[in-house]
Design a protein around this ligand. Structure first.
Ligand SMILES: O=C(O)c1ccccc1N[C@@H]1O[C@H](COP(=O)(O)O)[C@@H](O)[C@H]1O
Length: 194
């Protein structure tokens, strides 16, 4: 059974409805339509008592880790330079490293798999779903790799078949950007976690 991360939360009531998931994520990227807050991140830890993930794209490593100081994980949602990958070991915070689902990133995936606590294979574009044939190859190269990119209740089974270490779902359980559908959340949790 994979771990389940639900991401893109902006409201504590949605985080509470996502109880049963293994990690809850808050996007701290100002340009995202589902940008959340540091307060929500702290409330997830104290009220929901589930590991909280801060998701960030922009800024230096130092800025990102500083922003994520109250989170359990920092998810860095961009491709890092070689220098940045090497510098990761100087930060104690647990890290989730995004890798685009594209075979040209296979070497990067191996590097990220060595340096991250978890790796997230996700669609290279926020408007499309992950190519599952590509994802299958990439998951076979990294045992701690999770899968994201357009997962919803209608296509969940095809993602589950790949047996990722974890599944990460955001858009697929939304009513509108940042607002979750509690019925969909409950069904997702039941089908993934049993
Ligand atoms: O969703 C966003 O707006 C976003 C912005 C900046 C970085 C990451 C973002 N989303 C993350 O992408 C994965 C997969 O999401 P989806 O299910 O395909 O919508 C997840 O970690 C999101 O939080």
């Amino acid at each position: 059974m994979p771990l389940l991360k639900i991401c893109g939360l902006t409201r504590i009531e949605d985080a509470l409805a996502a109880r049963g998931a293994d990690m809850l994520g808050v996007v701290l990227e100002p340009s995202s339509p589902r940008v959340g807050s540091l307060t929500l991140l702290r409330d997830i830890k104290s009220e929901v008592k589930v590991p909280a993930v801060a998701v960030r794209v922009s800024g230096s490593l130092e800025e990102m880790f500083d922003l994520a100081r109250d989170a359990d994980y920092l998810q860095i949602h961009r491709v890092l330079t070689n220098d940045e990958l090497e510098a990761l070991s100087s930060y104690e915070k647990r890290k989730i490293l995004y890798v685009p689902a594209d075979l040209k990133f296979l070497n990067y995936l191996k590097n990220a798999c060595e340096r991250g606590d978890l790796v997230l294979v996700d669609s290279p574009s926020k408007t499309s779903a992950t190519d599952l044939k590509v994802a299958a190859v990439m998951l076979s190269e990294c045992s701690k790799a999770g899968l994201a990119g357009g997962i919803g209740l209608d296509n969940l089974d095809s993602y589950l078949k790949l047996q990722p270490y974890f599944l990460d779902v955001s858009r697929g359980v939304e009513i509108s950007p940042g607002v979750k559908d509690h019925r969909k959340l409950r069904e997702l949790i039941r089908r993934v976690k049993g």
